[in-house]
Design a protein around this ligand. Structure first.
Ligand SMILES: Cc1ncc(COP(=O)(O)O)c(C=O)c1O
Length: 456
């Protein structure tokens, strides 16, 4: 038996499955983009695990005590204490979410034509780098592209590819290097401590500052505890501390493993960089002791960061994901294996081989999941990542066409997971009837958020 939820429910939010005709009408109105649906028309919302978690009584209590002073608020120092214990960086600034931290980092470090390697950048990181004229480079290990291949740390970066890449591009053209833990764009797969250490050594050998995208660092730390030799006896706090001791900084969307609905931060060791970051922050987010958040938000993050590292919570969290994964495998739905931390990634390209990249198999599956069962998911495939090569103008498609079922933290129960598995199982039985989509409107960046589609 897997760990039972280590909490009980004190407050409930009603949800309902609207009629099939209403779901069809909602989709037409939304231009078949699931981001454009009204949340009330969604039954089980697995669009994202970002900012959708349930806060604890301790977090709500801390919010009531938030200090709303413009500068030097008590809430900031609560957060600073926790930041020091977990991450250990000399400086940090709060931001209103993860992409704001990315934006500020790119604003101060990025020069047009610069390259930023990572195992895999997430979409907002990638877009922030591109928006400053830079080029993101994904160097995840080859195993990541084989959905059913078993590997304990499929989020690892290929260290020899990284070295070759730096040699080819020249370290002077790499303003910073990144590593995403866990690797959201590649299936929520963890990165081992050994890999973090090797990546750190290579970056440092070439004098490249190393920043960790820390959104799901606690889930990553627990995977290290479970899977990496020598770490079973260490606490997740000790593991997290070790992870960040290898980096020069981190950017984080607190909406994930800090268990809050809004917030983020950018942390670093370098004092000169911190000065530049503060100037940029004041321009875009706010004064360095609140950075675009209310004092109460800072308190909620301070408590949430500690709760997010709790091992009873993490054991339940990872096993809920594994439970849904097993149910889907039992129903012959292809997914990325082993299951990651925060989400299940259905391999839509494999499930729907009759739909080519350019007709968006992931979009087809995600749309049908909503139409059939009121379940909202997100495409992580060609809608999100296909782009024109700036040199050859050739259309480049991602290797995997995925649909992510992201599981909000502490929100849904086992019977919700059973429902999701049964809807997907039924869909799998009539997969040949699914058709692709055509894009009818597309913005220049981050098109998946606002594109419009038409069924073919
Ligand atoms: C790995 C990763 N990095 C960055 C972000 C951006 O964070 P935010 O949505 O808070 O801007 C996300 C959000 O999903 C993410 O998963």
């Amino acid at each position: 038996m897997h760990p039972v939820e280590p909490f009980r429910i004190k407050m409930v939010e009603p949800i309902r499955l609207v009629e099939h005709e209403q779901r069809q009408a909602a989709m037409r109105l939304a231009g078949y983009n699931l981001f454009a649906l009204r949340a009330e028309d969604v039954f089980i919302d697995l669009l994202t695990d970002s900012g959708t978690g349930a806060m604890s009584q301790a977090q709500w209590g801390a919010m009531l005590e938030g200090d709303e002073s413009y500068a030097g608020a008590r809430s900031f120092y609560h957060l600073a204490d926790v930041m020091q214990k977990i991450f250990g960086f000399e400086h940090f600034v709060p931001t209103h979410q993860g992409r704001a931290a990315e934006n500020i980092l790119c604003a101060v470090l990025m020069k047009p034509g610069g390259y930023v390697p990572s195992n895999m950048h997430f979409d907002t990181t990638e877009a922030n780098i591109r928006a400053r004229g830079g080029r993101p480079e994904n160097l995840v290990i080859e195993e990541a592209f084989h959905p059913t291949l078993q590997h304990p740390f499929k989020g690892n970066m290929d260290v020899s590819k990284l070295r070759l890449f730096i040699e080819r591009i020249g370290s002077q053209n790499i303003p910073f290097g990144a590593l995403t833990v866990t690797n959201n764009a590649g299936g929520g797969q963890p990165v081992s401590m050994e890999n973090i250490r090797s990546v750190s050594e290579v970056y440092h050998e070439y004098g490249i500052p190393f920043f960790i995208d820390a959104c799901r660092y606690a889930e990553n730390a627990y995977f290290i505890k479970l899977r990496e030799p020598g770490y079973a006896v260490k606490s997740t706090l000790e593991i997290a501390h070790e992870m960040f001791s290898l980096a020069d900084g981190a950017f984080m969307s607190a909406k994930k493993d800090a268990l809050v609905n809004i917030g983020g931060f950018l942390a670093m060791r370098d004092g000169d960089l911190y000065q530049k970051v503060c100037n940029e922050l004041i321009l875009r987010e706010g004064f360095p002791t609140y950075g675009g958040l209310a004092g109460r938000d800072l308190d909620a993050i301070a408590v949430g960061l500690v709760e997010g590292l709790d091992e009873a919570y993490l054991a339940y969290r990872l096993s809920q994901t594994a439970y849904l994964a097993q149910k889907l495998l039992d129903a012959n739905i292809p997914i990325i294996e082993p299951s990651g931390g925060h989400a299940i990634y259905v391999d839509a390209g494999h499930l729907l081989p009759h739909i080519p990249h350019g007709e968006f198999p992931g979009q087809a599956l995600a749309a049908e999941l909503y139409l059939q069962g009121g379940i909202r998911s997100v495409e992580i495939g060609s809608v999100m990542f296909a782009h024109e090569d700036p040199d050859s103008h050739e259309m480049l498609y991602p290797e995997l066409e995925l649909v992510r079922l992201a599981i909000p933290r502490r929100v849904y129960t086992q019977s919700h997971m059973d429902y999701v598995a049964s809807v997907l199982g039924e869909l799998g039985e009539k997969k040949e009837t699914l058709r692709g989509y055509r894009i009818t409107y597309s913005p220049p960046l981050l098109r998946h958020f606002t594109a419009h589609f038409e069924p073919l």
